[in-house]
Design a protein around this ligand. Structure first.
Ligand code: KG4
Ligand code: ZN
Length: 347
């Protein structure tokens, strides 16, 4: 008997529905909300309203692309946590209503675990145990994954997430939200060794990005003369703008270089400590060209088996919720309709 899962993702500003049959993703429809661009970040209330508008057409499209009918669905998976509470509630209520009306099992999924298991979507999958660096707009963690239903966080950020570091740096450079992909674009044209931003010394496998952000702020305020606050170097708005315009590619390449080395140095440390050779990356920042390239190079140098999900399964998508739902279904991990939706991790 084939096993078909319908999955819903609505944790932030992407409304997505996916159909997965026997572990194969048949459709993964994603509606990205453009409404937030002019505000420089996601506006939670606007995100919830857009999810309400998007969810039915996105589901219809997912069913159409997968050539699937309601009676063929065996289980409903959805993101229960973590995320924006208003956004999560739209997807949760929709999933619960479907499960109730179709009389099918409900499967609550943790968004971060789903980012990790996106690595099980392609044909070439990591074997267990594997390490995964999750780098998204809201989280930065290193996870030891022992099975699809058993994961342990072994390191995480103590302040900003890697995606936040990208987006906040981009904002300082006057780039629109989300700035991560734009820094990536300019970085590919620049000299990554031109400007040196400090690497924070954080114990164990944890990360910190707030110091890097502050050094970039001072660096721009000083028009490139120092990464620490120096009153004598303070530039006028005009000088600062001109400095950014003339050096944008090198600044972006140098920022990217620092963020990527922070991430990969800790991942390397985690691989040594756990003696793990199967190493994955996941989350929106895994779409970053610098991270992908340096990760692959490090993998060759260290003799790792490296895995990165295809681009469409790196940023928020329901395909990763569907694959997680599929494995949870196989392990009969179902949830009651009363299962809580939460901004913090609960599933
Ligand atoms: O995983 P995701 O789609 O959403 C969250 O769960 O947060 O990640 C979004 C983050 C944003 O911060 C965005 O700027 C970043 O991923 N991002 C990138 C790139 N593409 C997306 N950052 C750097 N380079 C990219 N190419
Ligand atoms: Zn995410």
């Amino acid at each position: 008997m084939p096993l078909t899962i319908l999955a819903i993702e609505s944790s932030c500003d992407e409304t997505s529905v996916s159909i997965c049959k026997d572990g194969q993703i048949l459709s993964n429809i994603i509606a990205t909300q453009k409404v937030h661009e002019k505000y420089g970040g996601v506006v939670p209330e606007l995100a919830s309203r857009a999810h309400i508008q998007n969810i039915v057409p996105v589901m219809s499209e997912a069913m159409k692309v997968a050539d699937c009918e309601l009676h063929q669905i065996d289980g409903i998976a959805y993101t229960a946590s973590p995320g924006l509470i208003g956004s999560l509630l739209i997807g949760s209520q929709f999933a619960k209503s479907l499960a109730l009306s179709l009389n099918k099992p409900l499967i609550a999924v943790n968004h971060l675990e789903a980012h990790v298991l996106a690595n099980l979507i392609p044909e070439k999958k990591p074997s267990f145990p594997f390490l995964c660096l999750i780098v998204s707009g809201g989280h930065t963690q290193i996870v030891l994954c022992e099975s699809p239903i058993s994961m342990k966080v072994i390191g995480e950020t103590i302040d900003d997430a890697a995606g936040e570091a990208y987006d906040k740096s981009a904002k300082l450079l006057g780039l629109p939200y989300p700035g991560g992909p734009l820094i990536d674009k300019y970085a590919q044209l620049g000299n990554a060794n031109r400007f040196l931003f400090p690497e924070p010394q954080i114990p164990e496998l944890n990360f910190s990005f707030s110091g890097v952000k502050t050094s970039i702020l001072y660096f721009l305020q000083n028009a490139g003369k120092s990464t620490i606050y120096k009153k004598e170097f303070l530039a006028t708005e005009e000088e600062k703008k001109q400095f950014i315009e003339e050096n944008r590619n090198d600044i972006c390449a140098s920022i990217q270089n620092r963020i990527v080395t922070i991430l990969l140095n800790k991942l390397n440390k985690a691989a040594s400590i756990t003696n793990c050779k199967n190493i994955c990356i996941a989350g929106g920042v895994a779409a970053n060209s610098g991270l992908r390239k340096n990760f692959e190079e490090m993998g060759i140098a260290k003799n790792w088996n490296t895995f990165i999900p295809p681009m469409e399964f790196c940023t928020d998508n329901a395909g990763m919720i569907a694959i997680t739902g599929y494995y949870k279904f196989l392990h009969k991990q179902f949830n009651e309709l009363s299962f809580p939706t939460n901004a913090k991790t609960v599933a």
